[in-house]
Write a protein that binds this ligand. Structure first.
Ligand code: HEC
Length: 134
């Protein structure tokens, strides 16, 4: 998973440098927003799958590869790695981006909310992978 990690790290860099000041991210706000996802998703390394898959290290990761989770056919047919653009599109309107997904979430309309949430997802990922080995 080294590639995924370095991807996630470089994406974190890119967003940190590129999006200021037009859309400065507030990871504390992102953490609060993640509570809406936490009903169905855990974020910590090795966290369990709930209604949705564990999201540890999701940025830079290939879609539908979480272990021991039964993805919808709509998901299994897709082939891309999650980056901030894909994540933004998905969180805005999951069923519009991926018709047939079983993720029952209406979407976050506000661009700032999505930016904050994605920044938090990156932070949570990069912080906890810092000394992990695999
Ligand atoms: C009601 C439960 C539910 C909520 C709330 C929810 N999700 Fe999901 N999520 C799912 C399910 C189920 C899937 C698997 C989708 C499929 O297989 O079609 C999924 C899949 C995903 C994936 C793709 C994972 C992968 O391995 O490819 C991401 C990313 C994701 N969710 C992020 C979020 C975020 C961010 C939020 C909060 C804004 C959120 N989800 C809220 C249930 C939920």
């Amino acid at each position: 998973m080294n590639l995924a990690k370095s991807l996630a790290l470089s994406t974190a860099f890119a967003i940190g440098l590129g999006a200021v000041p037009a859309l400065a991210q507030d990871t504390a706000k992102g953490k609060r927003l993640f509570k809406r996802c936490a009903a169905c998703h855990t974020l910590e390394e090795g966290g369990k799958n709930k209604v949705g898959p564990n999201l540890f290290g999701i940025l830079g990761q290939q879609i539908a590869t979480a272990e021991n989770f039964r993805f919808s056919n709509a998901f299994k047919e897709l082939d891309f790695a999650w980056d901030e653009a894909k994540m933004d599109e998905f969180i805005l309107a999951p069923k519009k981006m991926i018709p047939g997904t079983k993720m029952a979430f209406p979407g976050l309309r506000k661009e700032q909310d999505r930016a904050d949430l994605i920044a938090y997802l990156m932070e949570a990922t990069t912080t906890s992978t810092a000394d992990a080995t695999d």
